[in-house]
Design a protein around this ligand. Structure first.
Ligand code: HEC
Length: 144
């Protein structure tokens, strides 16, 4: 009985915390997960830029490189046209897949270039702006 209650409680309280649990399509789930990780890294970079996280060059480097890696994976994650009621992806992605991929490629380039250059919180601030432009360039066209 206690076990059963525990399981019930887990279903109700653990699932929403994981996010994306209503997403049935695995390909959609994986690409959303990658995007979520992009956002998590941007949030960390913001912390470094404002001083809410003590600035650390190595930390900044690995955050920005991670964004670059995720950008590199983006075209493959979206290669197969997959949809889900929870998805915010526009069908134009698969009509303009080359352009979509080049926007991901551009973010990757920005990230790898910046990764070498962030030496203080001011740099982190301008990096945030540049990277944010790379996210926006794609979202504006391809995300609802
Ligand atoms: C090449 C295009 C592209 C780039 C670049 C891109 N995104 Fe996205 N992003 C998308 C698309 C398309 C979706 C919608 C995916 C879906 O719902 O199936 C999305 C969804 C998201 C979501 C919502 C994920 C969820 O949980 O549903 C977040 C958050 C996000 N992106 C953050 C970012 C951040 C931060 C960056 C830049 C560092 C970025 N994205 C760069 C295309 C892109």
């Amino acid at each position: 009985m206690i076990t059963r209650i525990f399981i019930m409680v887990s279903i109700f309280f653990v699932s929403p915390a994981l996010g994306h649990d209503n997403v049935q399509n695995l390909a959609v789930k994986m690409r959303m997960q990658a995007m979520k990780e992009m956002a998590q890294n941007m949030k960390k970079l913001k912390g470094l830029s404002t001083g809410s996280i003590i600035f650390d060059k190595t930390k900044a480097y690995s955050i920005v490189v991670r964004i670059g890696e995720l950008a590199e994976k983006t075209p493959a994650l979206f290669q197969k046209e997959a949809s889900d009621p929870e998805s915010e992806a526009k069908p134009e992605i698969w009509l303009e897949y080359q352009d979509f991929s080049s926007k991901a490629e551009n973010l990757k380039k920005i990230a790898f270039e910046l990764s070498q250059k962030i030496t203080n919180s001011e740099d982190a601030k301008s990096a945030l702006r540049e990277l944010g432009g790379g996210c926006k360039a794609c979202h504006q066209v391809y995300k609802n």
